[in-house]
Design a protein around this ligand. Structure first.
Ligand SMILES: *Cc1c(COP(=O)(O)O)cnc(C)c1O
Length: 372
């Protein structure tokens, strides 16, 4: 009988795949709960206060997802016919179903996202419309940190300050999509409250690297959060005994923030390992948090994903833009051994690929790099 090696699954598709550990499940089981719509869930309140405190804002609102807290921020800040400025690679623009325009009558005005997730200040400035009835009303600027599509880069504090100043100058709202803000805080070695000091509202996901099964918190002024809660009810997001879910979020904030450093370390090791495989393009100097983008030359991304899954039980994703980019996201469940195994698996797959094909792709890639 042929023996089959069964590998442990290495889950690198996203940091959303983490499952609650025993401690988190116990916290959920033991949570004190009440009806959120009657303001009676103490655990939800504790979570909202904890996140508001952590981010240096007055109040918080717990909701089901980051998409929902981003949408509710826009609902609270904007009127129909308003226009918001944001990077063309931002999550709000690409991955939230166009919710702001579909549901709120708010138009997007995208400006270029640069390689580090920032935007040119001049682009933002030029995109602000004059106060003239021909134009949509520019009302808000949204940035994203860490920036998912820009290698998970934390936005530089200087950029945050510049956007803050621009918003003040033009009386625009400054919203931060901080789904992975705690990753930015760990990478920059800077308190999260400091990073978002200039922001009027911030959305923080508990279900990404922090490892909770669900949930996101929006923070801002009392007035903004009051309006966001009204809109949450309108959208059908007024929940009841959500304390069990909030307990998972509190547990995540208490126990899992320090774990992000290990995720970043693992991502760096993964990128370094990939960069040493001939035929793999990956730049470890671009990796500062838990997201690693790379390419395998001479093999379509889908083929790499399929072989890694079938032969090695290693799961990773395809970056949705620039066709053949692959994405690996380290998270709580990924160990150092998993990283080593993933690097070996990719090296073996590339090693078995027709040498001539890889060499041809490498040569082609250099040309396009030079041409670009
Ligand atoms: C995941 C994510 C969101 C939205 O979160 P969901 O909980 O999946 O709705 C928003 N912004 C960024 C940058 C994200 O990575």
């Amino acid at each position: 009988m042929r023996s089959v090696l069964v590998y442990r699954t290495v889950e690198l598709r996203s940091d959303t795949f983490t499952r609650p550990c025993d401690g988190m499940r116990k916290a959920m089981y033991n949570a004190e709960v009440g009806d959120v719509c009657y303001n009676e869930d103490k655990t939800v309140q504790r979570l909202e206060e904890a996140v508001a405190g952590l981010l240096g804002k007055e109040a918080g609102m717990f909701a089901a997802s980051g998409t929902m807290t981003n949408l509710l921020a826009l609902a609270a800040h904007c009127k129909r016919g308003d226009e918001i400025l944001l990077g063309h690679q931002n999550h709000i623009y690409n991955y939230e179903g166009g919710g702001a325009s579909a549901l709120l009558g708010v138009a997007f005005h995208p400006v270029a996202t640069l390689g580090d997730g920032t935007n040119r200040l001049s682009d933002l400035r030029e995109a602000i419309r004059d106060d003239d009835f021909h134009f949509a009303r520019t009302s808000l600027v949204a940035v994203e940190t860490t920036h998912n599509k820009a290698n998970g880069s934390p936005l530089p504090p200087s950029f945050m300050a510049e956007v803050g100043a621009l918003c003040r100058e033009h009386q625009l709202v400054f919203h931060v999509d901080g789904a992975r803000l705690m990753n930015a805080s760990v990478a920059l070695e800077m308190p999260a409250s400091e990073i978002v000091r200039e922001a009027d509202s911030v959305s923080l996901c508990l279900s990404k690297g922090l490892g909770a099964p669900i949930g996101s918190v929006l923070v801002g002024t009392h007035a903004i959060i009051k309006e966001a809660k009204r809109q949450r009810k309108v959208l059908g997001g007024g929940w009841r005994q959500a304390g069990s879910l909030a307990a998972a979020g509190l547990y995540a904030l208490e126990h899992n923030v320090p774990m992000l450093e290990r995720d970043h370390h693992n991502a760096q090791a993964l990128a370094t390992g990939f960069s040493q495989i001939p035929g793999v393009v990956c730049d470890p100097s671009c990796v500062s948090t838990n997201i690693v983008y790379f390419r395998v030359l001479g093999l379509p991304a889908g083929e790499v994903v399929r072989r890694l899954k079938e032969q090695y039980n290693v799961l990773l994703g395809i970056g949705a833009y620039r066709g053949d980019r692959l994405r690996a996201v380290t998270n709580l469940m990924v160990t150092e051994e998993d990283i080593a195994r993933t690097v070996r698996a990719v090296a073996e797959i590339v090693g078995r690929t027709n040498r001539e094909k890889v060499d041809r792709a490498c040569a082609g890639f250099k040309e396009t790099l030079l041409a670009g």
